[in-house]
Design a binder for this molecule. Structure first.
Ligand code: HEC
Ligand code: HEC
Length: 129
């Protein structure tokens, strides 16, 4: 009698355990997928030195772009793809373009009160020579 009563209960418990495992697994999958698609990326600091020659002539170091810091402050699509294509080295940034309101000098960027201005050369040109 007792055994007959316990049996279904145990089955029930086991089902619960399987359910819990499935739910936990689903949560895990969602977390992994969303951290990829919502871009929990953190690229760290990027050094821009394709124009190393002209920067040296002008007496400044290569530029350091703290990508992670910008990720914390702005959404990815504030910059990509309108201001910067999201591929290293394809943007051909020059100071003339920055001054003309492109790239780093875009509206609301280092051409506005929201960030330090373009004449603070060494804040960007900060790579160790
Ligand atoms: C303030 C502007 C800005 C924001 C915000 C920003 N990025 Fe970027 N990102 C850049 C710049 C600048 C580069 C370098 C492009 C280059 O080398 O010409 C870059 C490069 C990249 C690259 C190329 C990396 C490589 O090694 O080729 C990827 C991918 C990328 N960003 C993804 C993201 C994602 C995802 C986010 C949001 C979490 C984000 N970015 C936020 C400006 C930004
Ligand atoms: C907001 C960041 C920032 C500031 C401020 C800044 N630069 Fe730049 N500068 C860059 C970036 C990014 C590049 C592109 C470097 C590369 O891709 O090689 C660049 C490129 C350059 C270059 C080489 C390309 C060219 O246009 O000839 C020179 C020279 C230069 N900057 C000088 C200066 C001087 C001088 C100042 C101050 C008056 C200054 N920069 C301020 C970010 C900045």
């Amino acid at each position: 009698m007792f055994n007959l009563k316990r049996q279904p209960q145990r089955q029930h418990l086991q089902k619960n355990r399987i359910m819990t495992r499935n739910v936990l697994f689903a949560v895990f999958v969602v977390l992994v997928v969303s951290s990829i698609s919502f871009g929990i990326t953190k690229f760290g600091d990027m050094v821009f030195d394709d124009k190393a020659g002209s920067m040296k002539k002008a007496g400044v170091s290569p530029a350091v772009f703290p990508h992670s810091k910008h990720e914390e402050l702005y959404k990815c699509d504030a910059c990509h793809p309108k201001i910067f294509k999201d591929k290293r080295g394809v943007n051909d940034i020059t100071m003339q373009k920055n001054i003309d309101g492109k790239f780093c000098g875009s509206a609301d960027c280092h051409n506005s009160e929201k960030a330090f201005p373009l004449y603070h050369c060494n804040k960007c040109h900060a790579a160790k020579k």
